[in-house]
Design a protein around this ligand. Structure first.
Ligand SMILES: *Cc1c(COP(=O)(O)O)cnc(C)c1O
Length: 383
């Protein structure tokens, strides 16, 4: 059986006419840059995220970059985030000449360990970027308490967490800014690159609108240096057509996750399943923790099951960040997660039969291929 990590063809087939119609409207209008389709999506995402303002941008990466620019972050400034995230989170900081300062993760949720943040705050710290990894929100109460105490700006990296919730609040609505990505593999993906920033701060929203068009206001009068960070109308058309289905897809992802949890537990398979601590985990990824991860991944690949390692090298050990002077052992939980985690297919189109096949294949690995590893993992799971 073939079980892809993601099945975008099946998703497209299910709403082809809606997407095609929305794209056709843009083509008919020949209005490709910003315009009504983008404004319509901005309103819809602002409402969906419980925020006053939404600004369409070119990608999740540019969303992070523009937020940092809007608060004039640059050389001499420090920005706290985790090393266990997609590169863009820290890349945006570094591109502006500011310094990423890493804080290790909580091994249960893979999100920033809020108890370790304050030890890293200095007089140079300006911003914190909590990442809502895999679709579950970081502990935002703690983050905001620290932010208030030290007068820090908070940018929620919600690229994997659109619609995630905790204590009645949506991802992106708590910090000064929330950043979303419409990269095709995200829960709400476009037909290319795209992103959105949400904020409740009118002045910041205004500045972001200016920054995304080279800092011009009005056209050809540049008060500040921005960039071309605009969301194009074709992407907005695709994302707008998909948005009404997002809650159903999220429910299907949650159902798949619960199904895995139950089947893995009942089969006694020695892997650690995801810890759900927030109210609404949207399962952009369903990530298990296992020793012998690489062998398991190879086994699943042979069985036709798509998996992925998010992320094999924590950011503090990336070559381009060598200048930060971090070394192996500095962030042990991030390093352990990088060695032990594996994402299984959890997409909305995953069938019950496919989920059974994935779990049977997991069991087969531990029964036959690696009984020794099963023992080792039970130990790791107890830590
Ligand atoms: C995908 C992602 C981004 C970047 O989004 P792009 O749209 O691909 O630029 C940033 N942060 C995290 C955590 C992501 O998963």
């Amino acid at each position: 059986m073939n079980v892809p990590l993601l099945d975008l063809k099946a998703q497209y087939a299910s709403l082809k006419s809606e997407i095609d119609k929305s794209i056709a409207e843009v083509l008919e209008s020949q209005h490709f840059i910003l315009g009504p389709k983008v404004e319509q999506l901005e309103k819809a995402i602002a409402a969906y995220s419980n925020c006053a303002h939404a600004i369409g941008v070119s990608s999740g990466s540019d969303a992070l970059l523009a937020c940092l620019m809007a608060d004039d972050i640059g050389p001499g400034d420090e920005v706290i985030t985790t090393p266990y995230t997609f590169f863009a989170t820290a890349g945006a900081v570094s591109r502006l000449g500011a310094t990423p300062v890493f804080v290790d993760i909580d091994p249960k949720t893979y999100n920033i360990d809020v108890d370790q943040i304050e030890a890293k705050v200095t007089s140079k710290t300006r911003v914190m970027i909590p990442v809502h990894l895999y679709g579950q929100m970081a502990d935002m109460d703690a983050v905001m308490r620290i932010a208030e105490r030290h007068k820090l700006i908070v940018i929620e990296d919600a690229a994997q967490a659109i619609g995630a919730e905790d204590k009645g609040r949506r991802a992106g609505s708590i910090g000064h800014y929330g950043c979303f990505s419409f990269f095709p593999s995200k829960n709400l993906g476009g037909a290319g690159d795209g992103g959105m920033i949400v904020t409740n701060d009118a002045a910041r929203a205004e500045k972001l609108r200016c920054l995304r068009a080279h800092g011009a206001k009005p056209k050809y009068y540049h008060k500040i240096v921005g960039g071309n960070f605009r969301l194009d109308a074709l992407q907005a058309a695709v994302v707008s057509a998909k948005l009404p289905h997002l809650d159903d897809w999220t429910a299907a992802r949650q159902r798949n996750a619960q199904r895995y949890d139950k089947m893995i537990k009942e089969a006694g398979i020695p892997v650690t399943t995801p810890a759900v601590v927030a109210d609404r985990h949207i399962f952009n990824q369903y990530v298990i923790r296992v020793s012998g991860r690489n062998e398991l991944q190879a086994h699943l690949q042979k069985k036709g099951i798509g998996t992925e390692v998010y992320y094999p090298v924590p950011l503090h050990l990336q070559e381009c960040f060598a200048y930060l002077g971090c070394k192996s052992g500095d962030f042990p939980e991030s390093e352990a997660a990088a060695k032990q985690t594996l994402a299984l297919p959890v997409h909305p189109e995953l069938s019950e039969a496919q989920a059974h096949y994935v779990v049977d294949s997991l069991r087969e690995f531990f029964d036959k291929a690696a009984p020794a590893m099963a023992g080792a993992q039970t130990q790791a799971g107890r830590q």
